[in-house]
Design a protein around this ligand. Structure first.
Ligand code: PLP
Length: 334
């Protein structure tokens, strides 16, 4: 796996720490739980999108881009991280934000990631829920090109084969850490949305012959569609890397913890956020890692995993989003 063959701009504070969650493991009983701190990738409060942006922005700069265009939900962590990297590289940035959840909550509409977006001064356009967002950014990209800019359009979540290289690189980083610590990792668990994180991880782990299964906890789609998206992108990423074919059974998602829908809080999410805060001093986010951890906690309680396992939870970031859900979380914490 020779990633230096691809344009890349080093942006992350890496390697991110791999830490044992001793208190949480003891509290839940069962497997030993570890956490890979990709909430600490460094730029604009960190998160998993900076991993993908190393390769995406590498390509953008190689192509002479002047203006980055991307999209996400109103409280998009991806948009916040993309805007920050664009600022750092001296590029203009336009984000299309989708009202994917119906709410009048001022914290959700103006706080958290949106506040950061405003402070960075990017151009924001809003679209109603259900809009074809890829078409929307393609349109904006074409408009900018017509106006003489060199637009570089990044899909939602940075999830295409180039972005997924960021997580193939994390597979290598994590395996190096495990070997160094002499830690046999039995499983990786993380929240999966636009699929790039899991696809890149799986493509990297397969290429490295790591024999570590990955379980994605879905936050939006039903299991069949989520697994199909991840598998398709993992195959495309493996092809880009010139790596081995991806076995279909290397892609597994559990989508039982979505609740009423994307971005809609669940009691399990709130419990997971508080358990990590109170026992480990670690903050999860309400849309992704909170639901991912809710899934992991429930599966541990149901004795899905052997007590002897070392399970690594990949923390994908997003804590800024907590401020978009202050009322719900304050009520849960009371
Ligand atoms: C985007 C995101 C995810 C999901 O990653 P995908 O690559 O889109 O599947 C998980 N956690 C957080 C905090 C995110 O912002």
């Amino acid at each position: 796996m020779h990633l230096a063959r691809f344009p890349r701009i080093k942006l992350c504070h890496a390697p991110t720490p791999l830490e044992k969650m001793g208190n949480l493991s003891k509290l839940l009983g069962g497997p030993t739980l570890w956490i890979k701190r990709d909430d600490c990738t460094g730029i604009a409060t960190g998160g998993n999108k900076v991993r993908k942006l190393e390769f995406l922005m590498g390509e953008a700069m190689a192509k002479g881009a002047t203006h980055i265009v991307t999209q996400g939900a109103v409280q998009s962590n991806h948009v916040r991280q993309t805007a920050a990297v664009a600022a750092k590289l001296g590029l203009k940035c336009t984000a299309i934000l989708e009202h994917r959840i119906q709410t009048n909550d001022a914290d959700y509409l103006q706080g958290g990631n949106v506040l950061f977006d405003h402070l960075m001064g990017i151009n924001i356009e809003y679209r109603p829920g259900g809009t074809d967002m890829q078409a929307a950014i393609d349109e904006v990209g074409a408009r900018l090109t017509e106006a003489g800019e060199t637009a570089y359009v990044i899909p939602g979540g940075g999830s295409n084969p180039v972005g997924a290289l960021g997580y193939a690189s994390v597979a290598l980083e994590l395996l190096n850490q495990a070997n160094e610590m002499h830690l046999k990792i039995d499983r990786i668990v993380h929240a999966t949305g636009s699929a790039g994180t899991q696809a890149g991880l799986v493509a990297g782990l397969v290429a490295l012959n790591a024999a570590i299964p990955v379980l994605g906890i879905g936050v939006r789609l039903p299991k069949d569609r989520q697994e199909a998206n991840v598998f398709k992108l993992a195959e495309a990423t493996a092809k880009l890397m010139g790596g081995p074919a991806i076995p279909r059974d290397a892609v597994e998602a559990n989508c039982d913890y979505v609740g009423d829908g994307y971005g809609i809080p669940t009691p399990g999410m709130a419990e997971a956020v508080m358990l990590l805060a109170r026992n480990e001093g670690i903050f999860l986010d309400p849309v992704y890692s909170g639901k991912g951890m809710a899934g992991l906690i429930d599966l541990v309680r149901k004795k899905t995993f052997a007590d002897s396992e070392n399970i690594v939870f990949l923390h994908t970031g997003g804590q800024v989003g907590l401020f978009g859900y202050a009322d719900y979380l304050n009520a849960a914490a009371a």
